[in-house]
Design a protein around this ligand. Structure first.
Ligand SMILES: Nc1nc2c(ncn2[C@@H]2O[C@H](COP(=O)(O)OP(=O)(O)OP(=O)(O)O)[C@@H](O)[C@H]2O)c(=O)[nH]1
Ligand SMILES: [Mg+2]
Length: 449
């Protein structure tokens, strides 16, 4: 097989800085080092040296580090040049490397090679990207845990338990006469119970990590004048949105980012939902409906004080997209005299508050955290993405289905469900991930990573 191209990229952030790092990986690295430095640096020793152009003139002087395969980031020969930061130096070094036969690395290509050479799995590669992008210390800590393989290790442990179960059952399928001797059904049920519990605990840690990474899209919706913009302002603690007593004040979609006890929230205020002849307002309503489709949660605001309005919020709720979690917020309790309250047992959950005075808003904050499954404080969160949560959910559903087959003693189907669960888990680590998806994941990384 042809060895892959030798790739090069500036790995440090663009712009001015004290140090700029250029990374090279591939089979040609030793020759390239000799041409560019005049010698091959000793493995894993930092060496101060000139970086030479084609005429043998120094482009810059800095540290060269050589990592021979397989003990490197990518598993290939790797050369790292630590030059002075600055757009021009990096570009000149890169140009020289391309002259010597290197190819510009695609985004994420170093990570991709690390994956292909078994240095890291996909979940770890994603965690590195998450660490780089982390917006809070909690998100960074979750990313480090996953990067160090904690998430992957827990997935592998689940895989191992599933393999054990499968081989026990497959043996029973092959030797049906001995089935009852080594397959007491309740023992298997116990084991499945343990596996399902393990799924729940990994999912909780991963959901927390996914929340820390992606945040929660919360859309504030309702009729005009219900107090949506007032609630946005109250939650943010600032006068972001225009509030007036005229119905139809908000037309544009307003987005505000905030943290609720470490949980990132994208709070989205929208135009009041009604049919209107005003073209601008109608466009606002159309955009509001668009946002509702993408919401993780809708806060549907109802003006509890509006005289003469039949309290028919159920008809209004019917208009919301199906499947989106909703919280019904009765606003303006300062006018009705009702006490701040929350009822999470009704469906949808109800909260009574005043966006004006702030009474009951704390109940809403707590409710938002709880309904997202967010845990405060240090929780052992594992940085994860929606695709991981989705794969976990599918795998768990297969195991639950397997339990049904076990009860029915349809052992072939039982084994088949366990196999499907393993395939779904393998998508997380990249073991059974399609090439298209892998390409998509790595190409979302930055160049030089
Ligand atoms: N007394 C009282 N008035 C409120 C409360 N919340 C909002 N209001 C008033 O209700 C009116 C409408 O408030 P907005 O926040 O602009 O309502 P909105 O839902 O954003 O309205 P549109 O943008 O027009 O859809 C304003 O006069 C607010 O001062 C509240 O809790 N108590
Ligand atoms: Mg408004």
């Amino acid at each position: 097989m042809d060895s892959p191209d030798t790739i090069a990229a500036v790995a440090s952030a663009p712009g001015r800085g004290a140090v700029g790092v250029v990374r090279v990986s591939g089979a040609q690295v030793p020759q390239i080092a000799v041409q560019m430095l005049g010698f091959l640096p000793a493995p894993r020793f930092a060496q101060l040296t000139n970086f030479l152009d084609a005429a043998g003139e120094p482009i810059d002087r800095g540290l060269a580090l050589y990592f021979p395969a397989p003990f490197s980031l990518t598993g290939e020969h790797v050369l790292e040049l630590q030059a002075h930061g600055g757009t021009l130096v990096g570009d000149m070094l890169l140009k020289r490397l391309l002259e010597m036969g290197c190819r510009m690395a695609r985004p994420g290509e170093f990570s991709e090679r690390a994956f292909l050479n078994g240095k890291i799995d996909v979940a770890q590669a994603e965690a590195i990207a998450d660490l780089i992008d982390a917006g809070t210390t909690a998100a960074a800590r979750a990313a480090v845990r996953s990067m160090q393989g904690e998430f992957s290790a827990r997935i592998h442990a689940l895989q191992a338990q599933l393999t054990e179960l499968r081989s026990a059952v497959e043996a029973a399928i092959d030797f049906p006469d001995e089935e009852l001797d080594f397959l007491p059904g309740n023992l298997l049920q116990d084991r499945i119970g343990n596996i399902l519990a393990a799924f729940d605990s990994i999912t909780a840690a991963a959901r927390q990590g996914s929340l820390l990474r992606e945040g929660l899209n919360v859309v504030i919706a309702g009729r005009p004048n219900a107090g949506k913009s007032s609630l946005l302002n109250k939650l943010v603690g600032d006068d972001i949105a225009i509030v007036t007593d005229q119905p139809g004040t908000t037309r544009d979609v307003l987005r505000q980012h905030l943290h609720l006890d470490g949980l990132p929230l994208n709070l989205i205020d929208t135009a009041g939902l009604r049919t209107t002849a005003d073209a601008v307002e109608a466009e606002g309503v159309r955009r509001a409906r668009n946002e509702l489709q993408r919401a993780d949660r809708v806060l549907y605001i109802w003006d509890a004080a509006r005289a003469g309005e039949p309290q028919d919020f159920s008809a209004a709720l019917q208009e919301l997209p199906h499947g989106v979690p909703v919280t019904l917020v009765f606003n303006k309790i300062d006018l009705t005299g009702a006490a701040p309250a929350i009822d999470e047992s009704s469906s949808p959950a109800r909260i009574f508050l005043s966006a004006k005075t702030g009474e009951g808003v704390e109940l809403l904050r707590t409710h938002l955290k709880a309904s997202a499954g967010y845990l405060s404080g240090e929780t052992g969160a594992l940085s994860a993405r929606r695709r991981h949560l989705d794969a976990l959910a599918r795998a768990k559903a297969c195991v639950a289905q397997a339990a049904v087959h076990l009860t029915a003693r349809t052992l072939e189907l039982f084994a088949e469900e366990l196999r499907r669960a393993q395939l779904a888990l393998g998508e997380i680590t990249g073991e059974f991930t399609s090439d298209d998806l892998l390409g998509e994941i790595f190409s979302s990384f930055c160049i030089g990573k």
